[in-house]
Design a protein around this ligand. Structure first.
Ligand code: PLP
Length: 410
């Protein structure tokens, strides 16, 4: 049974704000999503019931330990990780990627090769470039398909050889919404003995991840992009959990995910991650275990979002002086409902400012996807206007966006 969008919006206080007599229209999801009440409650509970650290012999500390273990097992279900201990928390995806890249690259040597892409957010490029530079390894960058605003997968595959140590690639572009078919990349990389590090930050709110199906080595995502708070989540496949040697403080744990979790974690945020996954599962009804409900929820999210994409693309077609960068088909298997637009006669900034003044939240710029912006020959200072829908958005919000935009373009 698909979810009822009116009902689920009830759970998001932020979606009910009114400013200047107008509801706020959040079409900025790829930059960060709104959070349902249960996330806020789980977070505030941590402080209400006693802020504490791990490992104490008293109730509030024991409660925090339980919260972290529970969050790991919720993330295990979300990613289909074999074990809860494959889940590592950190400040955000970027910080996790910098620290994992330092650790993973310890045994790279001069002449080793590392592959990044032009499609990726640079949080999955710069850490690898810097690690490669430190080790004398060579960086190769897979091209985008400029017509589609997507990854040129055959080009990436052609770069993989027996010198390749790691392929860093995103599952979906945070700018054009293009989804990358990851499986052949992983299979080819593994055939050559290379590891694969996946950025699933933009993918996670739209598609259910299955790290076992993909057989990736590492995967990172960020809870604030899937209805939770600002926490980074890494999946580290079992062999690497013990083999990769993190930079850590000597007395800190030497086994399990805690090896990678430097310092004290944000426990309230981690509690919020559980809330976000619990919310997602609730969209899948009340039958079956967590993973089963998540599967149903994501199926419904996909169907609903594909409807939003269809509506957006149909409206866009009727407009002059605007071009879409990215795939023009609504198919949820190849794109998320994230749209990159350029305009004749107006900069993305000008339109984002004017939209912001009308309480329609969209972003303009390069979104750190500078490989893509450069490859498309777009001025980095301008970038694109990004309109991003989530499953809590409605067709009437899309209509409102276009009703506002139309007079600017005619
Ligand atoms: C695709 C993608 N990867 C990585 C990041 C960086 O994530 P974080 O803000 O958690 O460091 C972002 C943030 O916008 C993103 O969209």
């Amino acid at each position: 049974m698909p979810f009822d969008v009116v009902q689920l919006r009830e759970q998001f206080a932020a979606l009910h704000q009114v400013s200047d007599g107008q509801p706020i229209c959040f079409l900025d999801g790829p930059g960060g999503t709104q959070v349902p009440d249960r996330v806020i409650h789980r977070m505030s509970d941590v402080w209400v019931k006693g802020n504490s650290n791990l490992g104490g012999a008293f109730a509030s500390s024991k409660a925090i330990t339980k919260i972290v273990l529970e969050a790991r097992s919720y993330c295990q279900a979300l990613l289909n990780a074999p074990l809860a201990s494959n889940i590592v928390f950190g400040a955000n995806m970027t910080t996790l990627t910098f620290s994992l890249s330092r650790a993973i690259s310890r045994d790279w040597h001069s002449g080793d090769e590392v592959i990044v892409t032009e499609l990726d957010h640079y949080a999955n490029v710069s850490p690898w470039k810097q690690a490669a530079k430190d080790r004398g390894a060579i960086i190769k960058q897979a091209r985008i398909d400029t017509k589609e605003g997507s990854l040129d997968v055959p080009h990436l595959l052609s770069l993989i050889n027996d010198k390749t140590r790691l392929v860093a690639v995103s599952c979906a572009s945070n700018t054009t919404g293009s989804i990358t078919h990851i499986k052949p990349i992983i299979e080819t990389a593994h055939r050559f003995g290379a590891q694969v590090y996946l950025d699933a930050v933009h993918f996670a709110p739209h598609h259910l991840i299955d790290v076992q199906e993909w057989d990736c080595d590492f995967l990172v995502c960020s809870a604030y992009k899937f209805f939770g708070p600002q926490v980074g989540i890494a999946y580290v496949a079992s062999p690497w959990l013990e083999i990769v040697e993190p930079y850590k403080v000597e007395p800190a744990p030497n086994v399990g995910p805690a090896r990678f979790e430097t310092g004290t974690q944000s426990f309230a945020q981690i509690a919020g991650v559980t809330g976000a996954i619990d919310y997602l599962a609730s969209l899948g009804g009340d039958q079956g275990g967590l993973r089963t409900r998540l599967k149903q929820a994501y199926q419904d999210i996909g169907d609903y979002e594909q409807g939003l994409s269809s509506r957006f693309l149909a409206e866009l077609k009727s407009l002059p002086n605007v071009s879409l960068i990215g795939r023009s088909e609504a198919n949820h298997q190849v794109r998320t409902p994230t749209f990159a637009l350029r305009f004749k006669g107006h900069t993305p900034q000008e339109l984002a400012q004017a939209l912001g003044a009308k309480n329609i939240c969209v972003w303009s710029g390069h979104f750190y996807a500078i490989g893509l912006i450069n490859a498309l020959g777009i001025d980095q200072k301008e970038g694109v206007l990004r309109v991003g829908c989530m499953h809590y958005n409605t067709e009437s919000e899309i209509e409102r966006f276009f009703a506002w935009l139309r007079p600017w373009l005619s």
